[in-house]
Design a protein around this ligand. Structure first.
Ligand code: ASP
Ligand code: MG
Length: 417
């Protein structure tokens, strides 16, 4: 069994769905589980729909109509025969969504969000499965919610590994091609959950772990894992082989090429992860496996939209363990992830992603006991396998507000001068 994963960019229009069919033809007679995301930017549109419906602002009906039109256009590009049953099936699915935004909302926003946003993956896999069958690539559509079971932490479902492993037995026995959804799971009461944004990579890893797959391949619009995001750097290099350790570190620091949760299940069963280009599918791309090798080149990760908070006790007393544990508890309770941090005698500095609700709330809470300095418009640059030259390269013309160094990694919070 091999697991392949196609993200939103690889199925964003009729032409790209046809390209997926061409790629699948490279794996004749193999047992494959193919995990697919929502088409293009559908998840973002469905997020807007959930917000408009739940908070009664904007026009949910209009957003839904746009999402429907986007999908019907793709269906028309794939199925010239307007009497094909897929037209009915997709229309019926949209009728369900229509009803969903007519009725009473779920008890919490997050629960409501998952019921609506998950439909992107359901619709994309229905269209693609039908198209593949139509083009002679026989496959079976499976509802992943019957296999991946989670608790009811909506928007960040925690996998119930025992149940998922039991249920996935059936999948490991299936022959041929299975098409299923990334990003979503089901609770024991059959509510839908999602695994966190960009979670389809994680789905592929969960399935590979549970079916003891031979490998996972993620198909991307880049040639593989690069040492920097081409959005920020023009001379990027392809990394042909990467250790699980480097991969987990890079994704943790914000490299968006792989979802951070993907590596652990694969490492635990020593399943290699391939990252390859869906534009140039005959190129090898990157393999991530257990070979330990510090990379020969530095890797750069940029995060914009950062806020630097400097927190100090109001009475000039030292930052001690008790303060730190209070402060960390506030971050954890409010669901704010710390991107980097540093402490001194009387101050503790942290860099976090900007968020218009959570961060101001956190600052208000902190101010009850501490003095808080707040700096917006920061960038966080992480360099793995750094040297002075690489630091100079990313900091010229910038002011460094915080620098955290470990043996292999440096993190710099910088601001344009
Ligand atoms: N469609 C989901 C998202 O955009 C999951 C994924 O693409 O991996 O977040
Ligand atoms: Mg996506």
């Amino acid at each position: 069994m091999k697991v392949l994963k196609f993200g939103g960019a690889s199925v964003k229009d009729a032409g790209s769905v046809k390209n997926v069919a061409r790629i699948l033809k490279l794996f004749p007679d193999e047992n494959l589980i193919v995990v697919i995301s929502a088409m293009g930017k559908t998840t973002n549109s469905l997020e807007r729909l959930s917000n408009a419906y739940y908070y009664k602002k904007g026009n949910p009906r209009q957003i839904l109509d746009e999402i429907k039109k986007f999908h019907i256009d793709i269906v028309e590009g794939l199925f010239p025969d307007k009497t094909h049953p897929i037209y009915n099936e997709i229309n019926n699915t949209f009728v369900e969504l229509d009803w969903a935004i007519e009725g009473e909302p779920a008890p919490s926003f997050d629960q409501q969000y998952d019921q609506i946003v998950s439909m992107g993956e359901v619709i994309s896999t229905k269209i693609i499965s039908a198209y593949l069958n139509e083009s002679g690539i026989k496959n079976k559509w499976e509802d992943i919610r019957d296999f991946i079971k989670t608790d009811n932490t909506y928007r960040e479902g925690k996998v119930d590994w025992k149940k998922t492993q039991q249920l996935s037995q059936a999948l490991s026995k299936t022959k041929g091609l299975v098409i299923t959804q990334g990003f979503i799971g089901g609770t024991s009461e059959n509510y839908t959950t999602t695994l966190g944004r960009e979670g389809s990579d994680y789905t592929a890893a969960i399935l590979a772990y549970c079916t003891n797959a031979e490998s996972v391949t993620i198909w991307k619009d880049v040639p593989g894992v690069l040492n920097a995001d081409p959005k920020w750097f023009d001379d990027t290099h392809l990394i042909e082989q990467l250790s699980y350790l480097d991969a987990i570190e890079l994704s943790y620091y914000g490299a968006t090429v792989i979802h951070p949760k993907t590596i652990k299940p694969l490492q635990n069963k020593q399943i290699p992860l391939y990252v390859r280009s869906f534009i140039k599918p005959d190129e090898k791309g990157t393999v991530i496996n257990d070979k330990e090798s510090p990379l020969p080149i530095p890797c750069f990760i940029f995060k914009v939209g950062q806020v630097l908070l400097s927190i100090s006790p109001k009475d000039f007393s030292f930052i001690v363990e008790q303060n730190l544990s209070d402060i960390f508890k506030l971050f954890a309770d409010m669901g704010i992830k710390i991107n980097t941090m540093q402490s001194s005698a009387i101050s503790f500095s942290v860099c976090v992603d900007i968020d218009e609700h959570k961060v101001p709330n956190l600052v208000k809470k902190l101010q009850e006991k501490y003095r808080v300095l707040y700096n917006e418009g920061m960038e966080l640059v992480t360099i793995r396998y750094y040297n002075q030259e690489t630091i100079d390269r990313v900091t010229t013309g910038k002011k460094i507000l915080l620098e955290v160094k470990s043996r292999y990694t440096v993190q710099l919070v910088v601001k344009n001068i």
